[in-house]
Design a protein around this ligand. Structure first.
Ligand SMILES: C[S@@+](CC[C@H](N)C(=O)[O-])C[C@H]1O[C@@H](n2cnc3c(N)ncnc32)[C@H](O)[C@@H]1O
Length: 329
């Protein structure tokens, strides 16, 4: 069997296994439990990883010219809650972080709290951060590392909520300064995403921002470099639905123009302050996907963008964005 055939078959077998496990709630809960008990999520992330992730987060927020928010709503907390801790250090008074699964692990959040001295200089480089308050918060986060998860989060103004619904009834209308996610929106089904964006339009303050870092690559290409980053686009929608499970490693295949249209339909003015377009992906789209039905008339460059940030403002407030940026610069 050629190497090409081997990775392609392995790819299909992986999808088939995930589809079976994902189709049976009992099975995927068991699988999640197994992962929690045995997986790498038991070990706190290395200080180097935490520092790198923090630098990445702050760099992207600064590049998008987002001021440190007083009240932030996050979608997709993940395992260690690092971005929520970054917002706390930056001065946020309220951080509501939502996830569809209860991944957050006490020992991983503690690991982050033990590294706050490493994160602090990175947060201090974010224009608008009050460094005196930051010093105080570094001390409090260090102390919080000894507390049980619930109190630890509370002491850092973080409210963690696990729900599969898109309603955020406890977030008052027009109140949040920032709606934020990192590597999450590519996991939503299109209908869920439409609902979430409409809900975020309700709870964002008129001069608030919606900022999302989106990774639109085939997940399997991350663990197997033989798989082209946009390989998943080669399947028709019908085949993709057959292959994948919403519950296990689900991912939509929306491209940047789809996301921009969805933000627009939800009443936002959206832009893309950062994106990655490689020659390799562009050639792949041009060569392999030229006749792709679902991608239709989409510009090859737009379809080939694999990672990007979206910055959106409630539409009638879009005109004040420039003024707010001048304030935070
Ligand atoms: C790749 S992790 C990113 C976690 C975290 N934001 C970070 O940067 O480490 C994706 C997270 O999105 C969450 N998530 C939130 N909403 C989701 C949805 N509708 N479908 C799938 N996953 C979702 C997952 O449970 C998971 O915690």
């Amino acid at each position: 069997m050629s190497q090409y055939d081997f990775w392609r078959q392995k790819y299909l077998v992986k999808h088939a296994a995930q589809k079976v496990i994902g189709a049976a709630p009992g099975l995927y809960r068991l699988q999640e439990r197994f992962k929690q008990l045995t997986g790498r999520w038991q070990q706190p992330a290395s200080p180097q990883w935490i520092e790198q992730h923090a630098r990445d987060t702050v760099d992207h927020l600064v590049q998008a010219q987002i001021a440190p928010p007083n009240y932030v709503v996050e979608q997709g907390t993940g395992w260690h809650g690092l971005d929520a801790v970054i917002f706390y250090l930056s001065g946020s008074e309220r951080i509501d972080t939502y996830d569809v699964r209860p991944w957050l692990r006490e020992q991983l959040v503690r690991g982050v709290c033990r590294c706050v001295e490493l994160i602090a200089p990175i947060v201090a480089s974010w224009p608008g951060v009050d460094v005196t308050l930051l010093d105080e918060r570094v001390r409090r986060a260090r102390e919080a590392a000894r507390l049980p998860l619930r109190e630890l989060l509370e002491s850092m103004n973080i409210r963690y909520c696990v729900t599969s619904t898109m309603q955020r009834g406890d977030v008052p209308s027009g109140s949040a300064d920032l709606f934020y996610s990192n590597s999450v929106l590519q996991r939503f089904e299109a209908g869920e995403l439409t609902d979430l964006l409409a809900e975020s339009r309700r709870f964002l303050a008129p001069d608030g921002s919606s900022f999302h870092r989106i990774d639109c690559k085939d997940f399997h290409s991350i663990t197997d470099p033989r798989i082209p980053e946009l390989y998943y686009l080669s399947f028709s929608d019908a085949t993709w639905r057959l292959l994948t499970s919403k519950y296990l490693n689900g991912q939509n295949r929306l491209r940047l123009p789809h996301f921009l249209q969805m933000f627009d339909a939800a009443g936002f003015a959206a832009e893309t302050p950062w994106h990655v377009l490689t020659q390799e992906n562009l050639s792949y789209v041009r060569a392999s996907l030229a006749d792709h039905v679902e991608l239709g008339e989409m510009d090859a460059e737009a379809a080939a963008i694999s990672r990007f940030d979206i910055l959106a403002s409630p539409r009638e407030a879009a005109c004040i964005t420039g003024e707010r940026r001048a304030r935070c610069a």
